[in-house]
Write a protein that binds this ligand. Structure first.
Ligand code: AR6
Length: 187
């Protein structure tokens, strides 16, 4: 499914984010930036060691204590089709609840990834559904935050021409689609 907001196409797609050919893909990382499971594991294993080497340098220089939740950094895409990987850290919903504070951090993760992409002149970007796997945030509420943030960003005007959400499961695709189909994008 696709939606045009100003000059930016918002696309929902089922699939594996490591296969995407957008200029950047976003990694649902953890603060260590040293890899893990889920999207993070798939990106590092398909992208090769160059990505982790750059992450190590970022840790040594910019973030010795780790990347704070809600912030974003960029590395090469290594062997991936994407030229860049933007690494961000979403909140952990250990209770399974998206509290106000966590909602804000999730919004920051999407917003700061978009801002970084825009500042770098990146024209197309793919997102996974951040924090809805190992970090256990509720899918529908998190999807709402994701779509609201991206729609607001596009409405305010950006040079990013395409923003994709790559949804790994049927369930997550259906949830995003139902939300995006709402009239006037009233999420
Ligand atoms: N492409 C697109 N989406 C995927 C893929 C894929 N290849 N694999 C999983 N998903 P998660 P989080 C979906 O756990 O919740 C890691 O260990 C998945 O179905 O990757 O932010 C990190 O190192 C889910 O909807 O990220 C952190 O420690 C969504 O992507 C931690 O997990 C996010 O699931 C981050 O947890």
């Amino acid at each position: 499914m696709e939606l045009l907001i100003k000059n930016t196409k918002i696309v929902l797609k089922k699939g594996d984010i490591t296969e995407e050919d957008t200029e950047a893909i976003v990694n649902a990382a953890n603060s260590s930036l040293m890899g893990g499971g889920g999207v993070d594991g798939a990106i590092h294993s398909k992208g090769g060691p160059e990505i982790k080497e750059e992450c190590k340098r970022i840790r040594e220089t910019l973030y010795p204590e780790g990347l704070p939740t809600g912030k974003a950094v960029v590395t090469t895409g290594g062997k991936l089709k994407a030229i860049y990987v933007i690494h961000t850290v979403g909140p952990i919903c250990s209770s399974g609840k998206l509290t106000e504070k966590k909602r804000k951090l999730l919004k920051d993760a999407y917003f700061n990834s978009l801002k970084l992409a825009e500042d770098k002149g990146i024209k197309s970007i793919s997102f996974p559904s951040i924090s809805t796997g190992a970090y256990r945030c509720p899918l529908e509420e998190s999807a709402k935050v994701a779509l609201e943030t991206v729609i607001q960003f596009a409405r305010e005007g950006t040079n990013i021409r395409e923003i994709r959400f790559i949804l790994f499961t049927e369930e997550s695709y259906n949830i995003y689609e139902n939300l995006l189909r709402k009239p006037n994008n009233e999420l």
